[in-house]
Write a protein that binds this ligand. Structure first.
Ligand SMILES: Cc1ncc(COP(=O)(O)O)c(C=O)c1O
Length: 455
């Protein structure tokens, strides 16, 4: 796969080039046919190759991986609009990038720049701009039930940055509990900082926080990372009793909870579930960012810390602001205070809700055997699959030119108990005009008896 990617990237394999059939390449390399088929399917999902009935597997017209985390450089918007998308993208992880509120953001940027005091153009304070911390303290209290004053907010570039900053402080050391399903990227960040992660089992009520106090493997854990508003990626909110249990554990053991509120604003059936932080601001470190609400490109987030940890976090950041532009911070402050942020979130909530309804309706009609879960909130859903069928479903999706992840990608390697089979469908990423096509490809891929297009 690496060799093929390199050859395509470097132009040795030009767009449109037909790849050898599985059988011949497998014979040439002395490997199994299925290995080649899996590699092709993965490269189709990534956008390097296309597979069409009758024309075999070819290098994509403009081979360029659709996953934001692999695309590298920025392209002009004209370029983006003209380029044919090689695959349908239902990968979770990105909001609808086409809906970024350019005009309103620009208006905030203009106002912020005009009003900025001269000292804002000097080396930044690692604490973050006071204007933004004030605006966030108000917003988070109002929208997320967070209890804080601006002094306990430290600006960072997002949740991943918060993990990096907190690793090695009293907040995150040696051994931390994480939900049995979560982002591998976050687990790797902790591992790289020398922190062992131990999986906390999940059930229909979310993380089994009662096991923090009782489970043998969780002994010695001083911090637990949770996604209480919307478990990532399986989808439900953490049950109220489980929230209380987590806080009781932290109080009794001197432990801490890191609350990842990555998409807390997007709730569809009722008002968003408030943050656990509100239950005990001394035991819960609350982390949020604009990555789902606005764009992950901004790299703008915040930590709301217990008093005792503020200095340590500031020391970890260094003497100057080294990550987040003061001008972006001032712009976000204006965006929050002028109501632009609320308007954008409201608009996106409606849009995502509509998409979610379309997804549920399409599956009910075309693939009624599939159970959809995690749909009350967020930007993705989980489609539960019969045991043992996940890999083939992801492969079928790839053959239909559809990029999505299986649940296995999110499972902690040490998780115990039977793995759940399912696919994670991110319904936010495609622009509106591409959504119906992506849904159609999904339904075709999941329909029993559907014939693969590449064989
Ligand atoms: C589980 C989870 N946590 C946090 C984030 C936000 O990460 P960041 O703020 O580093 O962009 C995401 C993705 O947006 C996520 O999926």
């Amino acid at each position: 796969m690496r060799a093929l990617r390199d050859a395509i990237r470097g132009g040795r394999l030009a767009p449109g080039t037909r790849l050898p059939p599985y059988r011949s390449l497998a014979a040439d390399l002395g490997i199994a046919r299925n290995t080649v088929a899996d590699a092709y399917a993965e490269l189709v999902a990534e956008g390097w190759l296309t597979a069409r009935q009758g024309s075999g597997t070819r290098v994509a017209p403009r081979a360029d991986p659709p996953r934001a985390r692999r695309t590298g450089g920025a392209r002009s918007s004209g370029d983006r609009e003209n380029a044919p998308r090689p695959v349908h993208n239902l990968l979770q992880g990105s909001p609808d990038a086409a809906s970024f509120p350019r005009t309103a953001w620009l208006a905030s940027a203009r106002r912020a720049l005009t009003a900025a005091p001269s000292e804002a153009f000097g080396p930044g304070d690692p604490h973050g701009r006071p204007e933004l911390r004030r605006a966030l303290a108000d917003y988070l209290a109002r929208a997320r039930g967070v209890r804080t004053d601006p002094d306990r907010i430290v600006i960072c570039s997002g949740f991943a940055h918060a993990l990096r900053l907190l690793s090695g402080t009293r907040a995150l050391r040696h051994k931390a509990a994480v939900e049995a399903y979560g982002l591998d990227f976050h687990r790797s960040l902790l591992a790289a900082a020398g922190i062992r992660t131990v999986p906390l089992p999940l059930d229909e009520h979310g993380a089994r926080t009662e096991e923090l106090a009782t489970h043998r493997d969780l002994r010695g854990v001083t911090t637990v990372l949770l996604t209480p508003a919307h478990q990532f990626p399986t989808g439900g909110p953490l049950h109220p009793e489980r929230r209380a249990t987590a806080v009781d554990w932290a109080r009794a053991s001197g432990g801490l909870i890191v609350e990842d509120d990555y998409d807390g604003e997007f709730r569809y059936d009722r008002r968003p579930v408030g943050a656990v932080q509100g239950l005990d601001p001394d035991r819960v470190l609350y982390v949020g960012s604009v990555s789902k609400s606005l764009s992950p490109a901004l790299r703008l987030g915040w930590m709301v810390l217990p008093d005792a940890l503020v200095d340590e976090a500031l020391t970890a950041k260094g003497e100057r602001e080294g990550w987040v532009s003061a001008l972006d911070q001032l712009t976000l402050a204006d965006f929050l205070e002028s109501g632009g942020y609320d308007r954008h979130v409201r608009r996106m909530r409606q849009r995502y809700r509509r998409r979610r309804d379309q997804l549920v309706a399409a599956l009910a009609e075309r693939a009624p055997h599939i159970r959809v879960s995690g749909i009350a909130a967020g930007l993705h859903a989980v489609l539960a699959l019969p045991p043992g069928t996940e890999r083939s479903a992801v492969r079928a999706a790839a053959r239909h030119g559809l990029a999505l992840d299986g649940l296995a990608d999110y499972r902690h390697p040490d998780a115990v108990g039977p793995a759940r089979d399912g696919v994670v469908v991110g319904y936010a990423a495609p622009p509106d005009h591409a959504f119906a096509g992506a849904l159609e490809a999904l339904c075709r891929a999941l329909t029993p008896g559907d014939s693969p297009t590449s064989r």
